[in-house]
Design a protein around this ligand. Structure first.
Ligand SMILES: Nc1ncnc2c1ncn2[C@@H]1O[C@H](COP(=O)(O)OP(=O)(O)OP(=O)(O)O)[C@@H](O)[C@H]1O
Length: 236
C-alpha cells in the first residue's frame, strides 16, 4: 500500500453566489502520476490552488504527510510571473532562494537544459516565448527537488516535440521517486502518462480510477470517448 502524501476532504469554494468546488475529496499517493481532467471552468485549478494553500477553501480540510510540506512541493500554475529584468537563469536562482536552496551554476544549467532552455538561459524570463515561459515555470517548480509536483496544463501551447519532452520529464520525475499531479485537456497524453485519473465536472468528481479501469467500467475504447460520454452525455 503506497503512502498517502496528501489528503483533501470535502473541499468547497464559493465565488459570490456560485459554488465552483462542491465538496471534493482527493488523495495523492507516493510516486504516482495523477491526472486531473474536466471541462474548462470545472474547478480543477481552484481545487489545486486550495490543496496548495494558495486559495482559502470555504469548507473542508487538507492534510499533508508532514507540516513542512511546502519545502517538498513544486508548483507550475497556468501563468507564472517572472521578474522583469532577470534572465531565465537568474529567475531560477531567485525561486531557489525562496526555498532557501543554494543553486550552483552547474545545477541551474542542468535543470534549464533538462527543461529545454539550454539555449536561452541568458534571455530575460519575461521575454521568452509562451512555450519557453511554460518550460521555465516547470523548471522553477523543480528547483528544490520536490517530492510532489503540481503541473497545471504543462503542455498547453507547446509544440509537439516540446510536449514529448515534457512527457519524458514527467516520466523522469516519476522514475526518481516523485509524485506528479497534472491537468490536461489532451486525453491521449493523460492515457499515456497517468496511473490514475480524476475527472471533475461542475465542481464534483464524476469518475476516478486508472484510464484502463475507467474505460472498461464505462464500456468505451478511449478516455476521450469516456470524457465525452460523461461530460456531455455522448455524441449522437
Ligand atoms: N477569482 C475568481 N473569481 C470568480 N470566479 C472565479 C475565480 N477563479 C475562478 N473562478 C471561476 O471558478 C470556476 C472554476 O475555475 P477553474 O479555473 O478552477 O476551472 P478549471 O477547471 O481549472 O478550468 P480550465 O480547464 O479552463 O483551466 C470558473 O467558472 C471560473 O470562472
Amino acid at each position: 500500500m503506497s503512502t498517502t502524501l496528501l489528503k483533501a476532504q470535502g473541499l468547497v469554494k464559493h465565488y459570490g453566489s456560485r459554488t465552483v468546488v462542491k465538496g471534493i475529496s482527493m488523495s495523492v499517493f507516493e510516486n504516482e502520476i495523477l491526472a486531473i481532467i474536466g471541462p474548462n471552468g470545472a474547478g480543477k485549478s481552484t481545487m489545486i490552488e486550495m490543496v496548495l494553500g494558495l486559495k482559502k477553501q470555504d469548507a473542508g480540510e487538507v492534510n499533508y504527510w508532514n507540516k513542512e510540506f511546502r519545502k517538498s512541493v513544486g508548483v507550475q500554475l497556468q501563468s507564472t510571473p517572472f521578474f522583469p529584468g532577470l534572465t531565465a537563469f537568474e529567475n531560477l536562482q531567485l525561486f531557489a532562494a525562496f526555498y532557501k536552496k543554494k543553486l550552483s551554476k552547474q545545477e541551474g544549467i542542468e535543470l534549464l537544459t533538462l527543461c529545454g532552455l539550454g539555449d536561452v538561459m541568458k534571455t530575460e524570463g519575461s521575454k521568452l516565448s509562451g512555450g519557453q515561459q511554460k518550460r521555465l515555470a516547470i523548471a522553477v517548480a523543480l528547483v528544490h527537488n520536490p517530492k510532489v509536483v503540481f503541473l497545471d496544463e504543462p503542455t498547453a501551447a507547446l509544440d509537439p516535440v516540446s510536449r514529448r519532452e515534457i512527457h519524458q520529464l514527467v516520466k523522469n520525475l516519476h522514475n526518481r521517486g516523485a509524485s506528479v499531479v497534472f491537468t490536461s485537456h489532451d486525453m491521449e497524453e493523460v492515457s499515456k502518462l497517468s496511473h490514475r485519473v480524476m475527472m471533475i465536472d461542475q465542481g464534483t468528481i464524476i469518475a476516478e480510477g486508472s484510464a484502463i479501469e475507467l474505460c472498461e467500467l464505462h464500456n468505451v475504447k478511449t478516455l476521450e470517448e469516456l470524457y465525452i460520454k460523461l461530460t456531455i452525455g455522448g455524441l449522437e
